[in-house]
Design a protein around this ligand. Structure first.
Ligand SMILES: CC(C)(COP(=O)(O)OP(=O)(O)OC[C@H]1O[C@@H](n2cnc3c(N)ncnc32)[C@H](O)[C@@H]1OP(=O)(O)O)[C@@H](O)C(=O)NCCC(=O)NCCS
Length: 191
């Protein structure tokens, strides 16, 4: 059964200040956001170095997945806007208590706190959904992303060697990073 929007922390609008004091708003995505979301996703995929997805993206398949996530009780799709412009997006999907995370920020807005604003909203959502952990994969060369995840307490849990085939034929390693949110379950070192 879908969870009512008001129960989901990322579905609430949150505002914050970026490093240069500009105001960033983080809110839940809606179906009308697809075109802007897809344009941003496409532009970051076209950079070719940061995402698992490679350009060109399949627009119809992405629209279907976007709308499916919006309707799903176990997923959250957030947008960060600055001056009415889409600056970044973040998606989470819960599976067996683990929230898988993916995110990106427009090139022009990086290094100014947008990613941090999105991450804070995401961690609030994951905690509100009683996720015991947040998990992601990142390319080892993506220093900015690894630094952002470490800033929020993620630790490296493993490295997949020559695991993902790129369209140019190369095989890339991936780092697996996790943040355990649970403090109470049996066996917890915090108990
Ligand atoms: C990774 C990404 C989402 C970070 O977003 P961002 O808005 O630039 O992040 P922030 O400005 O909030 O920075 C967060 C922290 O990351 C670190 N950081 C940011 N940019 C950095 C850089 N270029 N090099 C090293 N560390 C960096 C800093 O520790 C920073 O914390 P601070 O501002 O308190 O010092 C963004 O760079 C991006 O979208 N990159 C392309 C897509 C991508 O890599 N997505 C993730 C795939 S796993």
């Amino acid at each position: 059964m879908p969870v009512p929007a008001q129960r989901r922390p990322t579905q609430r609008r949150r505002t914050g200040d970026l490093h240069d004091r500009q105001v960033v708003t983080v809110r839940a995505a809606s179906p009308e956001d697809f075109d802007a979301w897809f344009a941003l996703f496409t532009s970051v995929a076209a950079e070719g170095r940061w995402l698992g997805a490679e350009a060109p993206l399949d627009r119809a398949a992405r629209r279907e997945a976007f709308e499916r996530d919006l309707a799903a009780a176990d997923a959250a799709s957030s947008l960060a806007e600055v001056e009415g412009q889409l600056a970044g997006v973040l998606g989470l999907r819960l599976r067996r208590g683990v929230a898988g995370l993916g995110m990106l920020v427009a090139e022009a807005w990086r290094g100014r706190g947008v990613g941090s604003s999105l991450m804070e909203a995401a961690l609030a959502w994951a905690a509100g959904e009683h996720a015991h952990k947040v998990f992601l994969e990142v390319w080892p060369h993506n220093a900015a992303a690894v630094a952002l995840y470490r800033k929020y307490g993620f630790v490296e849990e493993g490295r997949l060697h020559r695991h993902y085939r790129r369209r140019n034929g190369e095989l890339w390693d991936a780092l697996q990073m996790g943040l355990v949110l649970d403090r109470d379950s049996p066996g917890s070192p915090y108990g």
